[in-house]
Design a protein around this ligand. Structure first.
Ligand SMILES: [Zn+2]
Length: 108
């Protein structure tokens, strides 16, 4: 799981990829360094801070994946954009290449 993965996912969900990326990186840094400062001194302090920061990233990932764009029609599998033929992932509700929303083939 990487920051680029989150921004790509956010773009596919119709969210602002740049904003999602910046917020994710910023919150990660704040959490990791904030916890190192706040936690009582101990051998595991930096380990706990890193673990907490990655847990947060995982939560953001889950939020973007399941909540953002949740009200939009969803594809069941990988799909080709009707406009530019780009092969999109099943998690994308809009085309990653041209931002065209996914349309159900039944309704087209
Ligand atoms: Zn497209």
């Amino acid at each position: 799981m990487q920051f680029t993965g989150i921004t790509a996912l956010a773009r596919g969900r119709g969210a602002n990829a740049l904003l999602t990326g910046i917020l994710t990186v910023a919150s990660y840094i704040v959490l990791e360094f904030g916890l190192i400062v706040l936690l009582p001194k101990g051998e595991n302090r930096s380990l706990i801070a890193v673990a907490a920061a990655w847990t947060w990233i995982a939560l953001v990932f889950i939020f973007v994946r399941f909540v953002v764009g949740g009200g939009m029609p969803k594809p069941d599998s990988k799909w080709n954009c009707s406009q530019c033929r780009y092969l999109n992932d099943a998690s994308s509700v809009i085309c990653e290449a041209c931002q065209q929303p996914w349309k159900s083939p039944d309704k087209a």
